[in-house]
Design a protein. Structure first.
Length: 191
């Protein structure tokens, strides 16, 4: 009986380990196949900002809007300074009621200036956010089309200072991305 039990245990061990070995081979083959399909790529944000024509045009629009905002605020400041100089010239010739009126007007000028400055800054920030969202969407849409042929599992953006310790230039698709985006942008500019 003990010999029979020993043989049975031997058969069970054999079946268990031979099945486990087959399962390990199957898993190993699957991992090798999947890792061959797991491809990654990256693009350099700085290069994209430097060479993507839409980004450069959008940046120039933002600079123009910022300059217009500063010009308007400087104009307001100069007009308020002229008004203050007028009051200072009158100085002691002002009546008490004129002085109080000048003080109220001065307070209102400061409030108008602060409100206008805040309004202009918020408009500029909103435009910047909308622009960055638009650029991001254009890049994402292009990468979706681009990746249909390339088959990458992940496409990362690289920015200096971000925790990435090594990047292999073989996986750099920046030039493809810039060329494709610029081609699309030139096509839309002509339309």
């Amino acid at each position: 009986m003990s010999i029979f039990a020993l043989v049975l245990i031997g058969v069970l061990f054999y079946l268990h380990f031979s099945h486990q070995e087959a399962l390990n081979r199957k898993i190993s083959a699957t991992v090798k196949r999947d890792s061959a399909q797991f491809r990654i790529a990256y693009f350099d944000i700085d290069s994209l900002q430097t060479h993507y024509e839409y980004f450069k045009d959008a940046f120039n629009q933002m600079k123009a809007r910022e300059n217009a905002m500063n010009t308007e605020l400087n104009s307001l400041t100069n007009s308020y300074k002229r008004k203050i100089r007028e009051w200072q010239e009158k100085g002691t010739n002002m009546t008490q009621s004129e002085g109080e009126a000048a003080q109220r007007e001065y307070t209102q000028m400061q409030e108008r200036y602060q409100n206008r400055k805040l309004e202009l800054q918020q408009g500029l920030e909103k435009q910047q956010m909308d622009l960055m969202s638009d650029i991001r969407k254009k890049v994402e849409d292009y990468l979706k089309e681009y990746n249909k042929q390339k088959g990458y599992a992940f496409i990362f953006s690289y920015e200096p200072g971000v925790m990435l310790y090594y990047k292999d230039p073989v996986f750099d698709i920046t030039s493809d991305l810039i060329a494709g985006l610029n081609e699309k942008y030139k096509g839309k500019k002509k339309d």
